[in-house]
Design a protein around this ligand. Structure first.
Ligand code: CAO
Length: 415
């Protein structure tokens, strides 16, 4: 079966996490992704957080599946010529260097346009144009600057960053959408264009509801679904809401049987209005279904703390999976707090290819997260990440270089 992006060639100048997540997705959709790395070292993540000496780390392997690797010294004049040949034959150049690095290599937008007017140049940067545009940025910097950290955590504690890599992988996703959109527009214009995904913008996009709340707060001075209501104080900015679920359906994380020893024996419980009577039945508080202090969502808001304490008395008598089984029978929305160990062992995720076992020539078998986006006409087969420079000769030959020329370029240190 063909793939959605068959025939699309990507010159992949990405490193660390944000850029590689983007090009990995494009590779899974069928693009030919040629990753350019520095000879001898390569993407810095190859050697970061290593669990096996001298073997590409899981950090690298899990972000660079289905790609080819070529090593080119982009500062060597002959290396630059090879890059020019690649620019002329690729559709998209993706990069997440520090601001200005591509220009310093000599590959300005104007130069790239001269070489290939159809080329789409896609970049991840920490910030868009503005006071911080020259800064180098990593995941947690973006979470802090994009509004995630100030709105995450508990009211009486410091800002908290999330385990979800919304700054890096989140921005990689945004960039991938920008790239396929630009490819689509090129089918009618024939022209390439620049695509920019700034990490601050990507995080803020994912924190959209918090900017909504900022404006609600300014207008009314209070947000009744926040745990600060009715007893706590609201300040000028959106406060941290703990585990409250935001929208119109109050939720909280509750202890389950075994919580004393298992840090993940918890369940997320949502007191959704249409199933309120069923919730009351399940937890043995039938009277709450008709009591005017509890019967409507508005009446319940000032009592949420007591309500969740009462529900927790019930969840603590069940394991999170037993509670799930019972609550789902009544369509009461809830979710077990799953550990990474439980997720890794979950058979249904293996079956759908969301968790995949991959074999690597040096590290052996390991688990990775497969393509989370499933296309019925473009199935994903996850293949291992490339060794450093594994495909240099192959790609050079495709560009028309003879074995003698390849060997001369190698001697000159260009590749
Ligand atoms: N041959 C020769 N030189 C190469 C090369 C190659 N194949 N590939 C890269 N280089 C050079 C670049 O030209 C650059 O040189 P100059 O600084 O002299 O112009 C240099 O390597 C380093 O690039 P860099 O500044 O991007 O790398 P860094 O490790 O110093 O910074 C990072 C890393 C991530 C902070 C920075 O790239 C950045 O801010 N990127 C944008 C935001 C981003 O993606 N952040 C997420 C990272 S994941 O948490």
């Amino acid at each position: 079966m063909g793939k959605a992006l068959d025939g699309v060639r990507i010159l992949d100048f990405t490193h660390v996490q944000s850029g590689p997540t983007c090009t990995q997705l494009l590779a899974w959709f069928g693009a030919d992704v040629i990753k350019v790395e520095r000879a001898g070292a390569g993407d810095i993540t190859r050697e970061q957080l290593r669990d096996i000496p001298e073997v590409d780390s899981l950090y690298f392997t899990m972000l660079n599946h289905n790609k080819r690797s070529v090593t080119i010294d982009t500062k060597n004049p002959q290396g630059k010529q090879v890059l020019e040949a690649l620019i002329q034959t690729c559709d998209v150049l993706v990069e997440n260097f520090a601001p200005g690095a591509l220009d310093r290599m000599g590959f300005t937008w104007e130069r790239i346009q001269e070489l290939n007017p159809r080329m789409i140049v896609a970049s991840v940067k920490g910030f868009g144009p503005g006071p911080y545009e020259d800064c180098k940025v990593y995941e947690n910097v973006a979470q802090c600057a994009g509004g995630a950290a100030s709105t995450t955590g508990f009211d009486d504690g410091p800002p908290v960053v999330s385990g979800a890599q919304i700054g890096d992988s989140g921005t990689g996703l945004h960039l991938a959408l920008g790239i396929v959109t630009a490819l689509y527009q090129r089918t009618s214009t024939g022209r390439g264009q620049r695509v920019l995904a700034a990490m601050q913008d990507g995080v803020l996009n994912l924190c959209r509801v918090k900017l909504r709340d900022q404006q609600r707060l300014e207008r009314t001075g209070v947000m009744k679904e926040y745990p600060q209501y009715p007893n706590g104080k609201f300040g000028e900015a959106v406060p941290r809401a703990g585990n409250a679920s935001g929208g119109g359906q109050p939720g909280w994380i509750l202890k389950c049987k075994g919580w004393e020893t298992d840090p993940n024996a918890y369940i997320y419980f949502i007191t959704q209005a249409p199933v309120w009577a069923k919730i009351c039945n399940v937890i043995g508080k039938e009277e709450w279904a008709t009591d005017p202090d509890y019967a409507t969502p508005a009446a319940r808001l000032p009592h949420l703390k007591d309500i969740f304490a009462e529900i927790e008395r019930w969840t603590m008598t069940k394991t999170k999976f037993e509670a799930m089984g019972i609550l789902n029978k009544y369509d009461i929305p809830c979710g077990p707090i799953l550990s990474m160990k439980e997720i890794a062992e979950e058979p249904s995720l293996r079956k759908t290819g969301t968790i995949v076992e991959v074999d690597h020539p040096l590290r052996g078998k390991y688990l990775t997260v497969g393509n989370p986006i499933k296309l019925s006409d473009s199935p994903t087969e996850v293949t291992r990440s490339p060794l450093l420079g594994e495909h240099t000769d192959e790609v050079m030959a495709e560009l028309g270089y003879t074995p003698e020329q390849i060997s001369a370029l190698r001697t000159a240190g260009a590749i």
